[in-house]
Design a protein around this ligand. Structure first.
Ligand code: HEC
Length: 154
């Protein structure tokens, strides 16, 4: 009897560990056809152009133009003076799709914007940064790819 209780406890522990592992953030992405989901986001003229109108339609009502001023006080500006560029591209993509952590007002765009459209919005935002800010943020994005994506989070 005691043995089967021990076995049950062990089984439960395994199930709990497995469930926790399942909840870990999965940063891998499944590319849709026609979209190149490689990071850092590649800036092409076509992407930047498409991103500009997507940004105007979906983001500027709260965030204002990339270079400010913001419209909604709690929506940060995405310019050099903000902190968007402190984050790697892959995380920014995830936040646009599923909201940033602890978001209160920012909507999730999964289902509204396609994979490629998120890349376009990001390309547009990034294109508005000074070249040195672009370079620094690209380094952050590259490092994130190496540390989190290649080696995993465990
Ligand atoms: C309804 C208003 C609203 C809309 C629309 C909106 N946001 Fe946000 N966003 C916010 C707010 C507010 C925050 C701060 C977190 C919070 O409290 O939700 C935020 C946070 C963010 C952040 C994280 C902070 C940062 O800059 O690093 C990013 C990135 C972002 N938004 C990008 C976008 C993009 C891109 C779009 C359009 C596709 C968009 N947002 C549309 C309100 C909005």
């Amino acid at each position: 009897m005691q043995r089967s209780v021990a076995a049950m406890v062990l089984l439960l522990a395994v199930v709990i560990v497995a469930a926790c592992a399942d909840n870990s953030i999965d940063t891998r992405v499944e590319p849709q056809s026609g979209s190149s989901l490689t990071f850092p986001v590649e800036l092409t003229d076509a992407r930047i152009q498409a991103g500009e109108s997507l940004y105007a339609d979906n983001c500027s009502a709260c965030h204002g133009p990339v270079n400010g001023p913001t419209v909604l006080d709690s929506a940060p500006i995405h310019s050099d003076a903000g902190h968007t560029w402190h984050h790697p591209d892959r995380l920014l993509r995830q936040w646009i799709l599923d909201k940033p952590p602890l978001a209160t007002l920012m909507p999730a765009f999964r289902g509204t914007l396609s994979d490629e459209q998120v890349m376009q919005v990001l390309a547009y935002i990034k294109s508005q940064w000074l070249p040195e800010i672009q370079t620094r943020q690209n380094e952050v994005s590259v490092q994130y790819e190496v540390q989190v994506v290649e080696f995993g989070t465990k």
